[in-house]
Design a protein around this ligand. Structure first.
Ligand code: FAD
Length: 259
């Protein structure tokens, strides 16, 4: 049986988030959360393809216990299984350590055909995790995937849109795809899906289950160090000109305001 693995991240619902002053990471426990929007498009792409291939769809998230909510949502949409990767050892991971954990989970799940990622998470904004997992597993990848046409044997035929450039690509499976929002509409979850999702088990794995040394992941193992974070300040000032101002005076005031 074919197997698709979809990665979903829990992100803050609003841009009004708090940063921990010591670790410089997001205070995830204090923020209202949602499933990263691109990841729902990745899930939909996997579910659409499942209709033709009969693959099993496994949803995976790494995060605190609250990240179970995004997996319940994935089950509600129709994912077959859900795995939460959660441990204090994973906290504060940058993209490199996140991809180490996700790649280890892929190895543990085993026998996969396509890994589905969102194009980018709206909180970290790096778009690095999908490509890094593909790199760690040494499999081919397509970024900015806008639509999937078909699976022909061991080949996936898909469109990639980068800016105004649309490319048709054929990629050998197993592979990883980073799905952008252009990949169609999201179906609505159904009431029966919601009921089924409440009963389904969410499997939990920590570093022991993934046979990972806890010292190679998390905040202190992360090569990225966030030194400081600032909210950009935009100061606006109105300067008034009298009706009798000459062109030279207007130019002077404009130049003055730019300096
Ligand atoms: P992206 O790479 O944008 O995510 C792409 C896709 O990967 C997602 O759509 C999803 O499908 C999948 N994915 C990502 N994370 C998960 C997850 N936890 N579980 C399941 N699927 C997932 N990290 C850096 O390496 N460099 C930085 O410069 C950096 N700056 C940061 C600045 C701030 C203020 C903060 C709070 C964090 C920063 N981080 C940085 C950490 C970064 O947010 C996390 O490492 C995060 O887990 C992954 O990066 P991302 O959000 O950019 O994901």
């Amino acid at each position: 049986m074919k197997r698709y693995i979809v990665f979903l991240k829990q992100v803050p619902r609003s841009t009004r988030v708090e940063i921990d002053p010591v670790t410089k990471t997001l205070k995830r426990s204090s923020a209202l959360t949602q499933t990263n929007p691109d990841d729902l498009h990745a899930l939909q792409a996997a579910l659409d393809l499942r209709q033709n291939t009969g693959a099993e769809v496994v949803a995976v998230s790494m995060g605190p216990a609250s990240a179970e909510a995004v997996l319940r949502e994935a089950l509600q949409y129709g994912a077959d299984r859900a795995v939460l990767l959660s441990s204090p050892a994973f906290a504060g991971s940058d993209t490199w350590c996140t991809s180490l954990v996700l790649a280890s989970a892929v190895r543990r799940i085993g026998d996969y055909d396509i890994l589905f990622f969102g194009r980018m998470a709206i909180d970290g904004d790096t778009a690095q995790v999908g490509p890094e997992v593909a790199g760690q597993l040494d499999i081919p990848q397509v970024t900015c995937l806008s639509s999937i046409h078909e699976v022909k044997g061991n080949w996936l035929v898909a469109d990639k849109k980068a800016g105004s450039l649309l490319q048709r690509v054929e990629i050998e499976t197993p592979c990883a795809v980073m799905v952008s929002r252009e990949n169609g509409e999201l179906a609505c979850p159904t009431l029966s899906g919601w009921r089924r999702a409440q009963r389904q088990e969410v499997i939990r794995w920590d570093e022991g289950d993934l046979q990972l040394d806890g010292k190679v992941v998390g905040l202190y193992a992360s090569p990225t160090k966030v030194v400081s974070t600032d909210v950009p300040q935009t100061a606006k000032e109105i300067r008034w000109l009298s009706s009798g101002s000459s062109v030279a005076e207007i130019i002077d005031k404009c130049v003055d305001s730019l300096s």
